[in-house]
Write a protein that binds this ligand. Structure first.
Ligand code: ADP
Ligand code: MG
Length: 246
């Protein structure tokens, strides 16, 4: 479903991704772990075209994501890619002036041509799924962090993406709110949503992932099953990281 081939990315003279390869099969959950500054967010943002890579290829379900297009063709391409991938950020990024319903309905109405009624019905189904039935009329500032993040997940799902990308979705939350968001992510995993998850929660990564990738300094140091990477790491850098984070 997602394939990265020798991805490189520099900001000026600083190379932050130094040749990353990654394959995510349909329905699989891949977690990316690693120290702050190792390039995890840059990698995820590159997959979604929020960053332009310096070299390499990114593929989504048979379509090359990074293509040398311009003008209208580029706009069409980027819109298609963004619709196919739902992204959830650390900082929620809900529209503060829109209600929960409007936050979820706006994408499907503007980009997918759904009628207001159909978008509303889809929003209500998704709110039920993330445990927020009845919250559609609320504004984001009346919600807890955990509720906001669940709305953000519902909003992304409303576009019926092929892949969900999560960038430390729980790291801005108070500890007691982490579980309710993790639970929704586990539920998606159970429904075989393809997911690429950047997380600092090793226990969650161990529970939910098919494959774990440890990054440091812009390279993949070690990857494999959670049991391999988290329970039996072979690289010193992975061991040192896990000693601090387990
Ligand atoms: P992580 O998510 O693993 O903490 P990031 O991908 O955010 O790492 O950052 C990787 C490196 O790239 C860091 O050294 C960071 O300072 C640098 N970086 C990230 N975004 C930018 C940017 N827009 N301009 C310049 N440097 C950046
Ligand atoms: Mg990051």
């Amino acid at each position: 479903m997602v394939e990265l081939r020798n991805i490189r990315k520099s900001y000026g003279t600083l190379e932050v991704l130094k040749g990353i390869d990654l394959s995510v099969e349909r329905g699989r959950i891949v977690s990316i772990i690693g120290p702050s500054g190792s390039g995890k967010s840059t990698l995820l943002r590159s997959v979604n075209m929020l960053e332009e890579v310096s070299a390499g290829e990114i593929w989504l379900d048979g379509t090359q994501v990074n293509q040398p297009l311009s003008g209208r063709a580029f706009e069409r391409h980027i819109n298609g890619i963004r619709q196919a991938m739902g992204m959830v950020f650390q900082q929620f990024n809900l529209f503060p002036h829109l209600t929960v319903h409007q936050n979820i309905m706006i994408g499907p109405m503007r980009l997918k041509g759904l009628s207001k009624d159909a978008a509303r019905q889809r929003a209500d189904e998704l709110l039920a799924k993330v445990g927020l039935t009845g919250k559609g009329g609320s504004y984001p500032n009346r919600l807890s962090g955990g509720q906001k993040q669940r709305v953000a997940i519902a909003r992304a799902l409303a576009m019926q993406p092929k892949v969900m990308l999560f960038d430390e979705a729980t790291s801005a939350l108070d500890p007691e709110l982490v579980d309710e968001v993790n639970l929704v992510m586990k539920q998606l995993a159970g429904e075989h949503m393809t997911m690429l998850i950047v997380t600092h929660e090793m226990r969650f990564a161990a529970e939910v992932s098919d494959h774990v990738l440890f990054m440091d300094g812009g390279v993949v140091v070690e990857q494999g099953t959670p049991d391999r990477v988290l329970a039996n790491p072979t690289e010193d850098r992975t061991r040192a990281f896990l000693r601090k984070h387990l």
